[in-house]
Design a binder for this molecule. Structure first.
Ligand SMILES: [Zn+2]
Ligand SMILES: [Zn+2]
Length: 193
């Protein structure tokens, strides 16, 4: 079986041991965005496995260039910067083995943030765009709250209420649950019945 590592922020020995245990050959790295907790171990993983890096959107280039500085600031060990083999844009498709994932560009938390959506299983991996009951921080350089809200309401929610998502932090939820209950992006909070 082949697979991808999405957002290697660290703990590569654990990630690689788990892949081996499950019989998964890692064929690529996918990135939602370039904060240290999501991309800090990308350079090391590429060096160890010689596999391509796809994502994020080029809007996050400045974050990639600052990975060493981010690591120093947060006390996280990182081999730092890298050059993705492929920058992603809205509407792209990425493959993992025989699976196709749709890419949506969802800026706001970072300008180059993307999410990955698998149509067949109705499952999305959304990084730090949306969480169960919350949304991504926008107080970092080039964060934009209004843009984040539009990304969620115009690019995530139209994928369907039934879509389950894995956020970058915390538990799973569905777009439908967040449309109903999330205080930042619910229909009620945005005046739609
Ligand atoms: Zn982040
Ligand atoms: Zn994060």
């Amino acid at each position: 079986m082949v697979g991808a590592v999405i957002d290697p922020g660290g703990d590569l020995d654990i990630v690689l041991a788990r892949a081996k245990q499950q019989g998964v050959t890692i064929e690529k790295i996918l990135l939602t965005h370039a904060h240290i907790d999501h991309a800090g171990a990308t350079a090391e993983l590429k060096r160890r496995l010689s596999i391509p890096i796809e994502g994020p959107h080029e809007g996050d280039r400045f974050w990639i260039e600052q990975l060493s500085a981010q690591g120093a600031a947060f006390g996280i060990k990182s081999e730092g910067s890298f050059e993705p083999d492929r920058w992603l844009v809205d509407g792209d498709t990425v493959s993992v083995g025989s699976l196709s994932l749709m890419v949506r560009h969802c800026p706001g938390h970072t300008p180059g943030h993307v999410i990955f959506f698998h149509q067949g299983s109705r499952f999305a991996i959304v990084g730090d765009v949306l969480f169960k009951g919350s949304i991504g921080r926008t107080d970092f350089p080039r964060g934009n709250h209004a843009e984040l809200i539009s990304s969620i309401r115009e690019r995530l929610f139209p994928l369907g209420d039934d879509v389950q998502f894995l956020p970058g932090h915390g538990p799973l939820s569905t777009f439908g649950d967040e449309r109903r209950d999330n205080p930042y992006v619910s229909d009620a909070a945005h005046g739609t019945p």
